[in-house]
Design a protein around this ligand. Structure first.
Ligand code: 5GP
Ligand code: MG
Ligand code: MG
Length: 182
């Protein structure tokens, strides 16, 4: 699997260090809050969300939501669907949405609108990666790990056809991997 990677964009060490820095910021900004919920967006954000959550020195719940704008390919389809809802009521909560990557911004626009409608007290977006050049709607993350180039990336939660999420770094696939699967 490692052999399918053409180029590493950020290494495991760089990601680990950045996750700690983001946790430090959140620990500072949310200190003393009693109703914090980390909302992790399945499936891509699981690596980041669990790494980050372990570093939070906060009384925080964790909950999961699954939305889909990609249908297994490498570009966004434009529509967002709720595939799996949160287990808990979000009204009055201070929500930290934990995402793998912001690309067009459609997923996070959909999610922030939904959680606002449900009466969240506050909503902030924390994304380990951000692709500013991909933006189609006006959304920005409040906490960002790294800006990344406008390419299709895999690893640290990001998949290609369900694979490569378990790579501990983020990188670009070799072109022949796509040819092999098309
Ligand atoms: P958006 O709604 O912002 O366009 O896209 C959000 C979702 O698309 C991300 O949470 C992620 O799951 C997927 N996505 C966006 N860019 C990439 C990428 O470069 N690689 C992979 N594997 N998924 C991506
Ligand atoms: Mg995602
Ligand atoms: Mg995907």
């Amino acid at each position: 699997m490692n052999n399918d990677i053409e180029r590493i964009i950020y290494s495991k060490q760089q990601i680990d260090q950045r996750v700690q820095e983001l946790a430090d910021e959140l620990n500072h900004d949310y200190a003393g809050k009693k109703n914090v919920v980390v909302v992790a967006v399945l499936t891509g954000a699981i690596m980041f969300a669990t790494d980050l959550y372990k570093k939070l020195d906060l009384y925080a719940h964790i909950d999961f939501v699954d939305v889909s704008s990609y249908q297994g390919g490498t570009s966004s389809t434009g529509s967002v669907k709720l595939l799996h809802d949160l287990k808990n009521d979000i009204a009055g909560k201070d929500v930290i949405i934990c995402e793998d990557i912001v690309d067009t911004g459609r997923t996070l626009k959909f999610l922030t609108d939904l959680l606002k409608d449900r009466g969240a007290n506050s909503i902030k977006i924390c994304s380990i990666f951000d692709k500013p050049a991909g933006r189609a709607v006006d959304v920005s993350a409040d906490y960002v790990g790294f800006d990344v180039p406008n390419e299709f990336l895999v690893g640290y939660g990001l998949d290609y056809q369900g694979l490569y999420r378990n790579l501990p770094y983020i990188g670009v696939l070799k072109p022949e991997v796509y040819k092999r699967n098309s």
